[in-house]
Design a binder for this molecule. Structure first.
Ligand code: 13P
Ligand code: SF4
Length: 304
């Protein structure tokens, strides 16, 4: 490790103590950010952690909706998003006004919103979900019809597994949506002994060809427990870091070289250091929006 990197890490560790801070990182973060984090996980684990950690400052290494969820669930804490422009393009594919219009069209439907959404969208939804608990959450609502926003691919995945009518929204993740069935057949031809593990944000034609579908942490857990020694990974490349770390004897192949989320790659050690030094950029949510969004997020956290 370079002297510069060593110094940066020492500074982060010192500032973390001084600020009473905890660093939470998503599975897609770059390896050096994952390595300095106190916890690395999927969106559900990050949301749960935000409700439990004793520290007064949360440094969220991920994208804006993750930091917003922490700020909604833990209003007394200072939530920092080191890369202030790290957004999620899928979250921007739905806004509260359009969702309210859709609600008016289907007054008997519940609105389930994927956490990859803005605080304003959460505030006009009944309950949130992540990719780890979407089927459980949709099954839990009493309504027979569910408007599911914003990911149409996660909506299809859920619709096939619940006894309800799921009305999808036409949003998608640009990183996962570009995968197609041919990517899977090509990868299987190149690695005939490998299992295919994908995220539910992939298109149905890709999900249908997979051996396992799950959230980022569920993919990591499945890979560790599986006796298989070769796996093709159909989610963002950041996941490979923990897969290799936890499974030294196994081989992992990315389903496509395009599996990279540019927003997740914006966080650097230097930005983490700067955010701890200045306690900026801070993520805050308007109190009225926060209270309404908290209801939807808390209902999800209760379900688990
Ligand atoms: P997970 O909740 O599975 O970590 O996914 C978050 C995400 O943004 C996937 O693209
Ligand atoms: Fe959003 Fe896709 Fe990036 Fe996840 S991978 S944060 S859904 S753009």
């Amino acid at each position: 490790m370079s002297e510069e990197r060593r110094q940066l890490i020492d500074e982060i560790l010192r500032l973390k103590q001084e600020r009473d801070a905890i660093i939470l990182a998503h599975n897609y973060q770059i390896p050096e950010v994952q390595d300095i984090a106190d916890m690395v996980g999927d969106s559900l684990a990050l949301a749960r952690a935000a409700t439990k950690v004793p520290q007064s400052v949360i440094v969220l290494c991920g994208v804006r909706f993750m930091a917003e969820s922490a700020a909604i669930l833990s209003p007394s804490k200072t939530v920092l998003l080191p890369a202030k422009d790290a957004g999620c393009p899928m979250a921007d594919m739905v806004d509260a006004e359009s969702l309210l219009r859709k609600r008016a069209e289907y007054p008997d439907a519940a609105v389930v919103c994927y956490v990859n959404s803005s605080a304003e969208v959460k505030a006009v939804s009944d309950i949130c979900c992540t990719s780890a608990n979407a089927v459980r959450v949709v099954s839990s609502v009493k309504e027979r019809r569910v408007i599911f926003v914003p990911d149409c691919n996660l909506a299809s995945y859920v619709a096939a597994r619940v006894d309800k009518e799921v009305i999808p929204w036409p949003g998608y993740c640009p990183t996962h949506h570009r995968l197609n069935a041919r990517d899977v057949t090509n990868a299987r031809a190149a690695h005939p002994n490998a299992l295919v593990l994908v995220h539910p944000e992939v298109r149905p034609e890709v999900a249908q060809l997979a051996d396992f579908i799950g959230s980022t942490s569920q993919i990591i857990e499945f890979a560790s427990k599986s006796p298989a020694t070769e796996m093709i990974i159909g989610t963002e490349m950041g996941t490979l870091h923990k897969l290799y770390k936890d499974n030294p004897g196994k081989k992992f192949y990315l389903l496509s070289p395009g599996l990279i989320c540019p927003n997740m790659k914006r966080t650097t050690l230097a930005l983490i250091r700067d955010s701890l030094a200045t306690l900026e950029p801070r993520v805050t949510v308007d109190e009225d929006v926060r209270r309404r969004a908290a209801r939807a997020l808390e209902r999800m956290v209760e379900i688990g």
